[in-house]
Design a protein around this ligand. Structure first.
Ligand SMILES: [Zn+2]
Length: 410
């Protein structure tokens, strides 16, 4: 009976949703913004779409009715380079974690291979530019959590060899060698083994990603890494006080090291009002979780996609504070003021987080270009934020790697 009611609800919701879609006007993008956006190289350093590759319902090459990313929608939104996240729950450790990470790396490579007319694997900044010149989307990979190396440095080298371009040192939980921002401190930051991992990543041209790590781990990384590092998907703590976001001091230190903060679009990391409301109303969260569970059961990919829809439905219904995409611009602008315009980029968290109203999926990306133009940003500076800063950072990391390898052969 429950199942029948759910089917009925889905049909009704779909009908209401279609009415709603028709009522929403298209994004108001000026010709100037459109030209600038589609002639820029736009890079997104964090997307959780990999989880969807395990669902038979999802097809990267076709337009899907849900979620945030697929090739047709990347084309429509002008996204030229995407870092697919390799992610498994941080409680899974040791050899099973390595094996699951390898499965995901293989899924990314296979999905790219099956759509090779449109998308191609890239490893370097030069590969990304070549793909763009060939009219193809560049696909890259980032491992989101040091737990996936199974506490074994050999695995870092294997990941790099398979095409992984960055590794986030921890996820929600501490791993064996790095403390997370959302767990109790256990290692006082980065252990000696962890410092060795960072140095090996420098040699392998793997970007060290400090999103998710504790503040102490972050400062240990800066003291250890020879190459610039980035936050693949973090926003500003001065605007929204989430431990996952970066303080102004951290943003300044990251920039001094040549790094880039890639702004995350998740509503809970963008809006203090949303965060405060969620904290003060645990019943709302319970209601969201129950609705998601009802629609998805234990299916992780479905949970990620549906959670986003349910929260935005609740925002539209007035059950949660409304968070608009303009908050993304506030975070970009704040980070630029603190770090300088050479050190800010985009790390959406598409297909892994709750998107604000107006940024429901990747097709809405030109709104960022439009809003930055309206704020008075120059074309050159907007191109930097959209992707050039990330490509510059990749080039720097690749140069350090070459220097280290040249040094080790002497
Ligand atoms: Zn994350």
């Amino acid at each position: 009976m429950n199942r029948f009611r759910l089917v009925l609800c889905s049909a009704v919701c779909l009908f209401v949703g279609l009415l709603f879609l028709r009522a929403v006007p298209a994004d108001d993008i000026s010709e100037h913004a459109r030209k600038l956006h589609f002639s820029s190289l736009v890079v997104d350093t964090h997307d959780d779409t990999t989880q969807r590759f395990f669902s038979p319902k999802f097809d990267l090459g076709k337009r899907n009715p849900d979620g945030h990313i697929d090739i047709p929608r990347m084309r429509e939104g002008g996204l030229d380079a995407i870092f697919f996240s390799i992610w498994i729950d941080g409680k899974i450790m040791g050899p099973p974690a390595v094996l699951k990470a390898l499965d995901q790396i293989d899924e990314v490579r296979e999905n790219v291979r099956l759509n090779s007319k449109e998308i191609v694997m890239a490893r370097t900044a030069e590969d990304v530019r070549r793909a763009h010149a060939d009219g193809k989307i560049a696909a890259l990979m980032g491992v989101e959590g040091g737990h996936m190396i199974g506490n074994d440095i050999h695995v870092v080298r294997i990941f790099a060899d398979l095409g992984v371009r960055y590794m986030t040192l921890s996820h929600f939980y501490n791993d064996e060698w790095a403390d997370s921002s959302t767990d109790k401190p256990e290692h006082n930051g980065l252990t000696n083994f962890g410092k060795g991992v960072v140095r090996e990543m420098n040699r392998l041209a793997l970007i060290v990603d400090i999103s998710h790590v504790s503040d102490k781990t972050f400062y240990d990384v800066l003291a250890t890494s020879i190459a610039p590092v980035f936050a693949s998907h973090s926003s500003c703590r001065a605007i929204c006080n989430a431990a996952r976001n970066m303080t102004d001091d951290m943003i300044r230190a990251l920039a001094k090291n040549g790094g880039v903060i890639q702004i995350n679009y998740h509503v809970g990391f963008l809006s203090q009002e949303f965060r405060d409301f969620e904290k003060a109303n645990p019943a709302a969260e319970k209601e969201i979780n129950e609705e998601v569970k009802k629609r998805c059961g234990d299916n992780e990919a479905c949970t990620l996609v549906t959670g986003d829809q349910v929260v935005r439905d609740f925002m539209q219904a007035g059950k949660l504070p409304k968070v608009d995409y303009s908050v993304i611009i506030s975070h970009i602008d704040h980070a630029v003021k603190i770090a300088g315009v050479d050190h800010v980029g985009l790390g959406s968290d598409f297909d892994g987080a709750v998107m604000p109203i107006g940024m429901q999926d990747v097709t809405h990306l030109p709104q960022i270009t439009e809003a930055l133009l309206q704020k008075g940003y120059s074309e050159g500076n907007i191109r930097k934020i959209l992707g050039e800063n990330t490509l510059r950072l990749m080039t720097d990391v690749e140069r350090v790697s070459r220097e280290l390898n040249a040094g080790s052969s002497n």
